[in-house]
Design a protein around this ligand. Structure first.
Ligand code: ARG
Length: 651
């Protein structure tokens, strides 16, 4: 099924005429489009309309309860305004039955609904899925795929020769500071966004925009000196975090007091000046860094190194790798890039000096009053988060000449609007069009009691180990899970937990019960189902001795047929998720598959228990079911990979 010729041969074997040619049909990726094309051809003949018109009037059914394909009569846009109810009835009557691809259609108002014929679907779909393997439903398997368990690791079709390039910026924690819930969400959502693009043929660059520059680095430097960072032994990363935490504790109440006083309209008192000394010191330390003071830069480099090393290791545990860690320290890495942007802004009169000496953009002066003001440099002359972000866009453009840049960042909506507008004002509306901010609600700042990514992962491991140990023996073949598998499962469960909670109330950061639940739509139940399926395939495989099933009649009924009808939907689910950058549909789809698979397994178990081996012993039944199980495993695996969930349990 790798080529149209191959598909044609397969279809001829099913006694179908040559595939009708429709430019919008994507038959090598979406098997449903084969059915769609044949149906459009019949429709065209019956109504006598233009072929494309017929094609466009057909859509996949919204739910499996409504069949598989759906002719929406108004979409035919027939001239003369025929009575659509009558037309629907007429079409049902005239539809050539029995048709090799469809069961008898039925009328539903102005819809004519079709179920795929059980007699063709398995023969067509299962070889298709197994042939495509990790690329089924996708343009290609995501590059992150490692150790795929499919039996048919044949390479999927090559991606287009000149793929488009997308930069996905995600995770982006700040040096010294806590790894917050929003960083975790960004990591999980960003990994999905990157994988989905890869799967749809993009060249993907994963970027971590570390918060490795700014006043908080000044504060960290101060703390390092004050608390003897060099002397402390042990884990350097934890020392960095701890020292920064101490400094923050000191600063936080003062910041609050300052805000309170400002709000009460109190002037600057002598006492406050003294209190403010720490801010002045912090800013001075950061200024030394921006001025390129050798000692300050050396210390900064060291602390940065410690953090990048640490994070790279923890991300690896999560199955995430970044191609680029260059963050806000662009100011240091490429000061010319910053200078260039600033010069352009000044020359074009986009920015101006405010009364207090800071350099600002007043968006009101550029027909964008709703975006307010943004500061490029403070009155102290130091760069801001905003300036660094604007300069970074231009720098990335030089380095990567990207077609798209997606920021996966919780909230900060106004900030990104301002950055995108500034890029437009710089004379690059073409670049602004390529920028996208994928936002989400941040949730509570902290994930459980943990402040550090590694501790979050450790905690998950504990929870998952406990939950697996407590699970019923019939829920999961525990003895098959290695310690490494359990670690992977912990990360996977965290991913599912995050995806499940991210659109819910702001308050859900960690729901231990949900994380540990082995039933319902949870990470563990998904993984248990996958492990069990792999186990079953291993058991069945030797008995079928590589036999290729010729008789699929054992799959013509529910639940088998229902499972097949779900599998045919995967490519559309993947496409929707990719287009909307929303992983939710993939996850709920996987749970639908797991549920339907569960009914099939129940059937198998019942037959086993009844000892009614007759059916099971029949070679053709066994071979057909084995093939369906393998197809299901492949689809589960492909969906999980999109979500950056590593399937565990295959050998
Ligand atoms: N480091 C920032 C934070 O922790 C997130 C960075 C978002 N990305 C960006 N290009 N500004 O909030």
């Amino acid at each position: 099924t790798r080529s149209l010729a191959g598909l044609t041969a397969l279809l001829q074997g099913l006694e179908l005429e040559a595939i009708p040619d429709f430019p919008s049909a994507d038959m090598l990726r979406q098997p449903i489009d084969i059915f769609h094309a044949y149906l459009a051809d019949v429709l065209r003949q019956l109504v006598g309309c233009d072929p494309q018109q017929a094609y466009d009037a057909i859509q996949p059914a919204n739910t499996t309860g409504n069949g598989d394909l759906d002719i929406v009569l108004p979409k035919l846009k027939l001239s003369g305004g025929p009575d659509l109810q009558d037309l629907a009835a007429d079409l049902v009557k005239k539809f050539p039955s029995p048709h090799p691809l469809f069961a008898v259609p039925f009328k539903d108002g102005i819809h004519v609904r079709f179920f795929l014929s059980p007699k063709t679907l398995p023969n067509l779909l299962l070889p298709y899925i197994l042939d495509r393997g990790p690329g089924y439903g996708l343009l290609r398997a995501p590059a992150t795929v490692g150790g795929a368990t499919g039996d048919n690791p044949s390479t999927p079709p090559p991606s287009p020769p000149d793929p488009k390039k997308v930069l996905v910026e995600f995770s982006s924690p700040n040096l010294g500071q806590d790894f917050r819930t929003d960083h975790l969400r960004s990591t999980i959502l960003g990994a999905f966004v990157a994988n989905a693009h890869e799967a749809m043929g993009w060249q993907v660059v994963r970027v971590n925009y570390l918060g490795d520059w700014g006043k908080h680095i000044g504060l960290l430097g101060l703390g390092w000196m004050r608390y003897g960072g060099e002397e402390g032994g042990g884990d350097a990363f934890r020392r960095v975090q701890e020292i920064y935490g101490r400094m923050e504790d000191e600063v936080r109440p003062r910041l609050a007091a300052k805000r309170r006083k400002a709000a009460a309209g109190e002037g600057e008192g002598g006492e406050e000046e003294e209190e403010d000394a720490i801010f002045a010191e912090r800013d001075k330390a950061f200024k030394r860094l921006e001025d390129g003071d050798a000692q300050a830069v050396e210390l900064w480099e060291k602390l940065r190194h410690v953090s990048v090393d640490y994070y790279a290791g923890e991300y690896r545990r999560m199955g995430v790798t970044f191609d680029d860690y260059s963050g806000e320290s662009l100011v240091c890495r490429n000061p010319e890039a910053v200078a260039k942007v600033e010069k352009l802004l000044r020359e074009k009169d986009i920015s101006q000096l405010a009364d207090d000496g800071s350099l600002v953009i007043d968006f009101g002066k550029h027909d964008a009053a709703r975006w307010g003001h943004a500061t490029l440099r403070g009155k102290d002359g130091l760069t801001t988060y905003f300036l660094r972000d604007v300069a970074t866009v231009m720098d990335r453009l030089e380095d990567y000449s990207f077609d798209k840049l997606i920021y996966v960042v919780g909230e900060q909506d106004l900030h990104f609007r301002q950055v995108f507008k500034a890029v437009e004002l710089l004379g690059r509306p073409d670049v602004t069009k390529r920028l996208q901010h994928l936002t989400f609600t941040r949730g509570p700042p902290q994930w459980g009691d943990e402040h550090i990514l590694g501790d979050i992962l450790n905690r998950c491991e504990e929870y998952v180990q406990t939950a697996v140990a407590a699970a019923d023996a019939d829920q999961v073949p525990r003895q098959l899970l290695s310690p490494a598998d359990l670690r992977t499962m912990a990360v996977n469960s965290l991913v599912v937990h995050e995806l499940n909670t991210r659109n819910k109330a702001h308050t859900i950061g960690l729901d231990v019960e949900m994380l540990m639940a082995t039933e319902g739509e949870t990470g563990l139940s998904l993984q248990f189902a996958y492990v069990k399926l792999c186990h079953l395939i291993e058991k069945l495989e030797p008995r079928s001795a590589g036999e290729w099933p010729t008789d699929f009649s054992s799959l013509w009924e529910a639940p088998w047929m229902e499972l097949l009808r779900l599998l045919v939907r995967f490519p559309a689910v993947a496409t929707t998720a990719y287009k909307s950058l929303e992983p939710g549909p993939v996850l709920s789809y996987l749970f639908q598959v797991v549920e339907e698979l569960g009914y099939c397994l129940e059937d198998v178990e019942e037959e086993d228990a009844e000892g009614s081996r007759a059916a099971e012993e029949q070679g053709s039944t066994r071979a057909a079911r084995l093939m369906l199980f393998k197809g299901t495993r492949q689809v589960l695996e492909n969906g999980m990979r999109l979500l950056n969930i590593t399937p565990v349990g295959g050998s």
